[in-house]
Design a protein around this ligand. Sequence first.
Ligand SMILES: [Zn+2]
Length: 99
Amino acid sequence: MDTGRRDAELSEKVREANRWSAGAPAGPVWLVQPRDDGRRATEHTYAQECDSCGHGSRRTADPADGTLWILKHVTGNPTHTAYTQTVKRAWRARRQAES
Ligand SMILES: [Zn+2]
């Protein structure tokens, strides 16, 4: 999805969330968005976890590392065939600028 379309969809979801919170006590309007401002922790990281025993791979920026971990894990544990990947992505909340 291109960035402009993604931002437009995100903006609509933020407006929807703000409409939803209209009944809350008066206060600042918050915007939430992926943290992609060039500062730390902006890239996705990935890890795999075995659904059978709970052991897991290291968390890295390369999703292939988790795939390799699964191959090694299932080789030693042939009945452990289900895994869950978790992806971390940095997000930010900021106050909407007064207009
Ligand atoms: Zn396992």
